[in-house]
Ligand binder design. Sequence first.
Ligand code: GDP
Ligand code: IMO
Ligand code: MG
Length: 430
Amino acid sequence: MPAYAVIGGQWGDEGKGKVIDYLAGKVDSVVRYAGGNNAGHTVVNDRGKFELHLIPSGICWEGVSGIIGNGVVVDPEGLLSELDGLGSRGVDTSLLYVSERAHVIMPYHIVLDELEEKAKGVNAVGTTGRGIGPTYVDKVSRVGIRIGDLLDIKGVLVPRLEQALSFKNALFTKVYEVEPVNLDDILAKCRVWADRLAPHIQPTEQIIQDLLAGDKSILLEGAQGTLLDVDHGSYPYVTSSSPSIGGACIGLGLNPQEIAGVVAVFKAYSTRVGSGPMPSELLGDFADELREKAHEYGTTTGRARRVGWFDAVAARYSRLVNGLTGMVLTRLDILDGFSAVKICVGYEVDGQRIDRFPSNTGLLERCQPVYEEHPGWDQPTASATDVSHLPANALSYVRRIEELVGCQIQIISTGPSREETILVHEIIPG
Ligand code: GDP
Ligand code: IMO
Ligand code: MG
């Protein structure tokens, strides 16, 4: 059986967690391939509300395994507290597997994330402060520590940590002029992590291949969003991994031909947390009204999210770099009751019209949105479960987005709960 992917189409927080939880009952395994606990995926179902950061969002379904792939960076402390939190609420996590090749977010990566952000001053990225960037940097620099290393403390972990700390402590003491990191303190933590995580640490590439070969289906869970991708996003205001679909092949050891569908989740408007260009951003009273109505505050950091109208130029770009086979539109209900809604259909810079998402971040920052205005709707879309329940204006708004992006909308989400969902076209057959 093939794999299906649900990824972020915008700047993250599109509602991926909700959609994955809705779809996960149809698959055997839900798999994370990139990012770390910078992600915050909210799931609301008959078992309650869950905020997941590392554990895949299918965890509430009995018998559905969760896999954290090699492309993910794992903060063991964060993972253990998530496992404890789920356990205390009666959620079974025995089918949670973590790749032995996934890199460990060490306490010194978190310190470094903060120091680097401070040093960047006005150019700070506005990271989540979870140590994501420094961990990926160490991976690529070949001085990272992998989860599997925790299981061979004397043979692998100690020498690798000694090497890593020689670099880090030189940086801490000579450049940042802060206290060095103590090897024994870190080793003590590693021993606790190893003891508790050992049953979950597995060769996940093999598990995934066995599932697919055994006629089982898997759902790939994207984190962040395409416009935060280190290659395809608004660099340097991006995360340090590849949330776009390409990241799934590398981050899991997956043959691209196994991926039967790539669906991106989009909010019916836009949000962004942290710095960087956002051409359709709204400021002022209306932005505040929208933010409060939608409660747009980050799941991971609690920061206020920037808000804006739906950006069809950026969405088309997202379709292009992911080869999207479908879209999911979430939070349509948030737009209920506005007298008019707008869609950004192009950009203008120095009197010139731009219809493509530019790679030059300076240029993107100067892009002014060209809007198309649509009449709003009085009747609610909130909690609708069938297209026929949508007010005519809401439906034409949805159809116009479909037309502008050039991609079919397969699910419309009308509330945070699993059942507040309109399935327009089946994503996972069977
Ligand atoms: P993710 O990171 O993409 O999983 O998204 P987050 O969980 O960070 O943020 C999405 C927020 O929107 C969460 O609070 C969800 O519970 C909520 N949500 C998801 N879909 C809908 C929807 O259709 N309507 C409303 N009102 N809320 C939604
Ligand atoms: P989910 O999976 C929204 C943003 C941060 C910052 C930039 C880099 O919940 O959609 P990082 O800590 O990754 O180095 O920060 O990326 N960011 C997210 N924004 N949703 C996320 O995840 C995000 N993960 C990272 O705000 O701008
Ligand atoms: Mg989120």
